[in-house]
Ligand binder design. Sequence first.
Ligand SMILES: [Mn+2]
Length: 441
Amino acid sequence: MKPPRTVASDYAERRARIGARLPADAVLVLSGGVLHTRSNDTEHRFRPDSSFHYLTGLSAPESVLVIRGGASPSSALFVQEKDRAAEIWSGRRPGPEGAKQLTQVEDAYPISSLDSLLCDLLHGAREVHIPIHRDDALRERVLRASRAVARGDRSGAISPTRLVDADVIMGEERLLKDEAALASLRHAVALSALGHREAAAHLRPGSYEYEFEARLEYAFRRNGSTGPGYGSIVGAGDNANILHYVENSAEIQHGDLLLVDAGCEWEFFTGDITRCYPASGTFSPAQKAVYEVVLAANLAGVEASTVGGNINAIHTRCLDVLVDGMLELGLLSGSKDAVLEREEYKRFYMHRTSHWLGVDVHDVGTYSVDGTPRPLEVGHVLTVEPGLYIANDLDGVPDEFRGIGVRIEDDVWVTAQGPTVLSDAAPKTISDVEALVGSAL
Ligand SMILES: [Mn+2]
């Protein structure tokens, strides 16, 4: 697996596209992110803002990117200055000159000059795109600069009158994966699948959820990934019925089915794969029955991931298969129409089926356009992840199914030729899964 590398010109092309998407009198301002305290005076490992990294390739705290729109858009980057003492403690900094070379932006400055230069950059701009639903600090900074420009009104200054959510324009851009994005994402998904395979090959009853997690993440990191794109979910038995279970502390019992929802990042694009592994190496008849229903729903959902389809239609398609299965298994009774009408299936399937996938695991990009579901296009990447969750403590459920939780999640690239499953290196048929589990022991 040759790791793909996104180069400076790829990032420059993305900025050029954003510049062209922006009206001529608009400016986009993004912050690169800040360090977050983990405990007392230690911090979480830095992870750059997704859109900032998408447009620069830089992973540097306290940075800001400004793009002016129009026919000849230009970008200015503000970064921390070189500082020998600070770099000895906290790591190397590119400094403005280095950042300019790394990213090919037109201009780069020390972050200390942002407030004054932002006034110049906002002068003449009518609208400013910033992430309005997060990053209060950036909003305050932009508003301060905007106010300063507005004070020059009598001497002919033009100041911004509109704040627009930058996630809208970034969502439209990031939804359509360019060649470099697709290469990063494919690699992230491939490494995610590899992690699944390695960890499942070492799975045995009596091991712990965290051992599985450690094996997964060792495979991710060993192959150069920065690590998981979200908290790995490794839930044995009834823990599989907690949708965002990240405690990963329990012993895996003989006969447990282990639900694993995990993916890793490559160039900050992330994979997102869920598989279920029988700890003992074989599915019990009840586990098999539930698994077959979810697998059929997964296959139907993938098949529906075509150009012109949409995420609602995929959900409906999966639901159709899942509800048939719930009735057949005796989890529900009555007519299918009534089950759908009264949403009785939500006892066992309470989440939606798909989300966009990219730099964020739940990627930006709206799911509807003018009130109708967004039609899938070539270049979209989404997940298909139906499940059935039969918690131990549910009433009126056949005993044999209690404590079984199954989700099967794939990452699907929409192409003109149809859906391409990027995560198909992670086995999902019953026989392939059974052959994999414990095979390295
Ligand atoms: Mn997902």
